[in-house]
Ligand binder design. Structure first.
Ligand SMILES: [Zn+2]
Length: 280
């Protein structure tokens, strides 16, 4: 019985097209969903993205799939597209340095100058602390918009609770991109904004992920912008200790009156909710 099976496999492997690249292309008929040819198809794998190794049937790698050279390129493109979609900040798109009014408050003027400089040449971390409506999210969004449109650098703006939801969702087995790839994409993005840190109602899993993300970017000193309206005590101890490192993190406290109220788009935040906490 076993021998018959190996004969069948040998016969099958003879039918698989070979080429100069060591791994051979998979037979098209085995990959129905990807048979649609177009002229951009890779000459090595025919656009399938995967190859199987040209080894005898008794070889341990027989039948194993290997990603083609074109595969990682395609993955990169997928991830870049995903990054763009994720960074689709909708209403935050219009928030730029040009439409921020630094004259509302001296702290807004200081924050404006610092974030503008940072956007031009992002190094280290910036932490924008201040109550709702003080303009910190506007400035954080302006940094990302500047980075994307002027510096043309991959940048990601994420509201922390949304980020954690997103990571949880990526455990979907039908997804084209795995959880690890997504996590890596966010971890390695050249500029990351984490908006509203401390408001997340995180499970221990999510807390751990957030810590891993922040800790990695801290250790690699990757440009990161964090906004919060929370006092230091409200932040996870391990994250707080990284955020308190003044060698890497520039702390900017915004104490401006409710910026959105000024623009007539928002009801004023009650005084009691507008406490300003000192960081670090
Ligand atoms: Zn290929």
């Amino acid at each position: 019985m076993a021998r018959e099976l190996s004969d069948i496999l040998k016969e099958l492997s003879k039918k698989i097209p070979k080429n100069s690249y060591n791994p051979v292309a998979l037979p098209k008929e085995l990959l129905e969903e990807q048979t649609k040819k177009n002229e951009n198809d890779c000459p090595i794998c025919g656009g399938v993205g995967w190859l199987r190794l040209d080894v005898p049937v008794d070889h341990p790698n027989f039948g194993k799939l290997w990603p083609c050279k074109c595969y990682s390129k395609r993955k990169e493109e997928l991830l870049r597209k995903e990054l763009e979609e994720l960074s689709n900040m909708s209403h935050l798109r219009q928030k730029t340095f040009d439409n921020f009014d630094p004259s509302v408050h001296p702290s807004a003027a200081t924050a404006f100058e610092a974030t503008k400089q940072y956007a031009e040449n992002p190094h280290g971390w910036i932490m924008l602390c201040g109550p709702c409506g003080s303009g910190k999210t506007h400035l954080a969004a302006a940094i990302v918009n500047y980075s994307i449109s002027v510096r043309q650098s991959n940048s990601l703006f994420m509201i922390v609770p949304d980020l954690l939801d997103y990571l949880r969702e990526t455990f979907n087995p039908k997804s084209d991109i795995t959880y690890d790839e997504r996590f890596l994409m966010i971890r390695e993005v050249p500029l990351l904004v984490l908006d509203d840190l401390g408001t997340e109602n995180a499970t221990s899993w999510a807390r751990e992920k957030l810590y891993q993300l922040i800790n990695h970017r801290y250790n690699s000193e990757m440009p990161t912008v964090i906004t919060t309206n929370q006092p230091p005590e409200a932040i996870d101890d391990r994250i707080r200790s990284r955020l308190s490192d003044t060698r890497l993190v520039m702390h900017i406290v915004l104490d401006a009156p409710d910026y959105r109220y000024q623009q007539g788009k928002h009801s004023p935040t009650r005084k009691s909710q507008r406490k300003v906490y000192a960081w670090p």
